[in-house]
Design a protein around this ligand. Structure first.
Ligand code: ZN
Length: 160
């Protein structure tokens, strides 16, 4: 009588869990989910141009002219936990300053406008340029930080 072999238990293939229940594990840094969901997230260009939340795409990123809201009222993403820092402002001061000065010198040498006209043109141009480009650059940076899950440096093993 042949001994019947017991069938081996089917091996469980461990798949990367993608269920909403798994995703909603609380991440102390960014609020809810640890891994950014790139299927629904807007692109950095969309975030920058329209001021969208980098996670859900709602128009909630900016609370002021170029200031981030503390968090997204739509999906709860904590904008405060991202550190965009002073990098954009320093860059823009140098780049925009050079562009505006070059335009002002060119205008002076070609059209010789009076000084008050220079002020009337270049002060609003500079102000609008700073606010506009600061929003754009901060939007791109926060979108990239979200998409790449960039965090402040931590010691390995230290939670939070
Ligand atoms: Zn959101």
């Amino acid at each position: 009588m042949a001994r019947r072999l017991k069938p081996l238990p089917s091996r469980r293939v461990s798949r990367r869990p993608t269920s909403p229940a798994f995703r909603s594990i609380i991440n102390p840094i960014h609020g809810v989910s640890a891994a950014p969901d790139l299927t629904t997230a807007p692109t950095p260009a969309q975030v920058a141009i329209k001021g969208l939340c980098p996670r859900c795409g709602a128009k909630t990123l900016f609370a002021g002219l170029a200031a981030f809201a503390p968090n997204c009222p739509n999906c709860g993403l904590d904008f405060d936990s991202f550190n965009v820092g002073d990098g954009p402002a320093a860059f823009l001061t140098l780049i925009l300053g050079a562009i505006v000065v070059a335009m002002a010198i060119t205008t002076e040498l070609t059209l010789h406008p009076p000084l008050w006209l220079h002020m009337l043109i270049w002060i609003p141009v500079t102000a609008a340029g700073v606010v506009g480009s600061l929003r754009a650059v901060k939007g791109v940076l926060i979108a990239l930080e979200y998409r790449n899950a960039a965090r402040e440096g931590r010691i390995k093993g230290e939670d939070a």
